[in-house]
Design a protein around this ligand. Sequence first.
Ligand code: PMP
Length: 298
Amino acid sequence: MTVRAKARRAPPGRVAYVDGRYLLHGMASVHIEDRGLQFADSVYEVFFVSDGKLMDEAPHLDRLERSLDAIGMKLPMTRKALGLIMQEVVRRNRLTTGFLYLQMTRGVAPRDHAATDAMRPLLILTAKPVNSQAIETRRAAGVAVVTTDDIRWGRCDIKTTALLPNVLAKTEARKRGAYEAWFVDRDGMVTEGSSTNAWIVDGNGVAITRSISDNILPGVTRRVALDAATAAGVKIEERAFSRDEAYGAREAFLTSATGGVMPVIRIDGKSIGDGEPGPVATRLQALYRALSAANAAP
Ligand code: PMP
């Protein structure tokens, strides 16, 4: 599709922010020697926007700063200034429910693998409305996942745009009629989903998710859901679980900013529990939404 055709199809007035400028989404672009394009030398965040407010803004910005620090970059402005620009993008897009996507690349430079401190970071923000009813319909039905080998690098805790293994895994999932792929490490233990954290519930009603390490992304939704669960007295355990344990679990679910707590009803074609979204997942979704709404800036 041509750029012009894409611009025509975009919702009227959709606006992107690129390096200090607000542009029509269909007209926004970056230089061919941007290091994000050339080397995936960039990090990103995705914020859920509800009622025009950024959900879990502070922990997402904390993680952004951690990712930047891990690759030797810094925010090119104060956090407060960044917050104002993000709000402006939400406002200019008249976004009530949807996603705000933020990407920060190391900037434009003649192609050379080595990064230098002289490079000037490039900030991109885009906004996308979502049909929240479609998400709720999916939540009510539950989703299927398939498992696949975890072929990623050793720093999955950095939220980099180097997502080729995740892209291949999600594509495989879709081809196999599933919504998400769960990565399984060499020991047969589930790490996480291609764009979600993975959870199961055991026969005693304990919600289990892998503990934080450099093998998984420290999901913000995972963290807020854990905090909400602890406060409500839901039993939780942070530890690795195997693919076989997942097959035999009473419940399974995913967490992410884009889907909240999403029940899993099938793994590799096998029904989980009674094959319906389970009570722990449903309760955790309510607890998560309540806590993240309470944390949202007024
Ligand atoms: N794991 C991976 C690999 C992801 O890409 C994401 C989504 N960014 C998550 C987990 C979930 O993280 P969050 O709850 O912060 O969206």
